[in-house]
Ligand binder design. Structure first.
Ligand code: SIN
Length: 485
């Protein structure tokens, strides 16, 4: 299939370094393919450690002027970048669908979501305040905020646009420069963003995109180079831990948005239709490939059967298809490997006694399509209870009491997103305070936006993205003592 774009210059395949399109030193490339068809869409330039080191030097130099620029000027540039993204939504969404697989309507939604971070931080960057502290005697104590320095970012394939702007917007608004390694599966969305950043007037060296077939070469330089002051990563917990260890030698700031095992707790007193809708939206968004997707549906015994009935009726209405099909509600998963991992989790659960209500196997549509699946007869002793599924599979667990639900929700090393459905106000507070998660959706699962602090506790990571809290992650706090007054 030939990708039809209104503006073909958005389809870039070289690295973007210091405002220029360049190949890697070794002239190597790697293929990017469409998960719906397996077809190779593009060969993209692959950079290594030396190009990364050079980019870091350039990013450091570029930051010198940028951090001195009036915040309102930085804001204007970010706003222009935002506007260009909105104007080019159709093309950006098409590029995303072809490399990641999500249906076009969902890709358009992500482009808007991604752009919202630029608008938000364009505004928020004008409100970086310091402080004057009440101080003893002939001195005054002042606190100022300064950009943390050169930022390195490593971003995932599940949100090829929004996870980039969520990092780049606060970094640039704070006065930092940023170099980014996009996921090898989805570099084209990142490169299209770079083209628009250039058109928006983001000065050379401030936003750099380093595609690579070797995560360890680029990541190794990013984490070991002392000029990089902060690493921000969205991805799996094992890789996050490795990066944190690598960053320890140069004591870098880190923000880690890692894995999740989100519970959706549905009590007998919940609004059943609302709970079904919420669970559907959360579980099957992006074919189950988000860190905040419902991973465990915990349903109280009195409502369990009714919930499973309504939930499965709705799931059976889904239309699996290629992202460009008008009637596709859900697309493929990202790769054959991802599909094999998902299927292994399901078959393992079935061997341990799970019942397949619907789905439970790869679809005949293509190598990366998995049938939307519901499993019952699952319990907290099974491995599926502790695994991050990252696919369209919903195991529905049963519980009896509120205490049991809280204990089950907390019985995991993860602590990113969680959801509670109940009409009881006291229970809302007890459960929201009792579960160990960075985010709690009450009677709501669509919790993400640019205005909220996105992030987790426990092994789901550290730091927050979006909102006024997200800007703090890109700022240092400096204390100035003025004496002899
Ligand atoms: C993620 O899965 O990492 C991000 C999801 C979101 O921003 O809603």
């Amino acid at each position: 299939m030939k990708l039809q774009l209104n503006d073909s210059s958005l389809l870039q395949t070289q690295a973007f370094i210091n405002g220029e399109w360049v190949n890697g030193d070794a002239g190597e490339t790697f293929p990017v393919s469409n998960p719906a068809t397996g077809e190779v869409i593009a060969e993209v330039a692959s950079v290594g450690a030396e190009e990364t080191a050079r980019t870091i030097d350039l990013a450091e130099a570029a930051m010198k002027e940028w951090k001195k620029l009036a915040p309102a000027k930085r804001s204007e540039i970010l706003e222009r970048w935002h506007n260009l993204i909105i104007e080019n939504t159709d093309d950006l969404a098409a590029i995303m669908t072809v490399e990641q697989g999500k249906p076009l309507f969902e890709a358009k939604g992500e482009v808007m979501y991604g752009a919202s971070y630029l608008k938000w931080f364009a505004e928020e960057g004008k409100r970086i305040y310091g402080d004057v502290l009440p101080s003893p005697g002939d001195r005054r104590s002042i606190v100022i905020k300064q950009p943390v320095g050169v930022v390195a970012a490593i971003t995932p394939w599940n949100f090829p646009n929004a996870m980039i702007t969520r990092k780049a917007a606060p970094a640039l608004a704070a006065g930092c420069s940023i170099l980014l390694k996009p996921a090898a599966e989805t570099p084209l969305s990142a490169l299209a963003l770079a083209e628009l950043a250039k058109r928006a007037g983001v000065p050379a060296g401030l936003f750099n995109v380093l595609p690579s077939k070797s995560a360890s070469l680029v990541g190794g330089e990013m984490t070991s180079n002392a000029k990089v002051k902060k690493l921000t990563f969205t991805g799996s917990t094992p890789i996050g831990k490795l990066l944190m260890k690598q960053c320890a030698d140069t004591v870098k700031r880190t923000s880690m948005e890692l894995g999740g095992n989100a519970p959706v707790i549905i009590f007998d007193d919940a609004d059943l239709d609302l709970a079904v809708k919420g669970a559907l939206v959360s579980k099957y968004r992006n074919s189950g490939q988000t860190c905040i997707c419902a991973n465990r549906l915990l349903v109280q015994e009195g409502i369990y059967d009714k919930f499973v009935e309504k939930f499965s009726e709705a799931v059976k209405q889904f239309k699996l298809g290629h992202g460009f099909d008008d009637d596709a509600t859900h697309g493929p998963v990202v790769s054959k490997k991802a599909l094999a991992d998902i299927d292994a989790i399901v078959q393992n659960a079935v061997e341990q006694g799970a019942n397949v209500v619907t789905g439970g196997k790869p679809s005949e549509l293509g190598n990366c399509f998995y049938e939307p699946t519901i499993l019952t007869d699952v319990n907290d002793k099974m491995s599926i209870f502790g695994e991050e599924i990252f696919g369209p599979v919903a195991p529905v667990f049963k519980f009896s009491t509120e205490e049991e639900a809280i204990a089950m929700a907390n019985d995991t090393e993860f602590g990113l997103a969680s959801y509670v459905f109940t009409e009881n106000l006291g229970r809302i507070w007890r459960v929201s305070e009792g579960i160990e998660y960075g985010m709690v959706g009450v009677n709501e699962t669509a919790i993400s936006s640019e205005v909220i602090p996105f992030g987790g506790v426990k092994e789901s990571g550290q730091g927050r993205e979006g909102s006024k809290y997200g800007l703090e992650d890109y700022l240092e706090t400096k204390y100035i003592c003025m004496g002899g007054l």
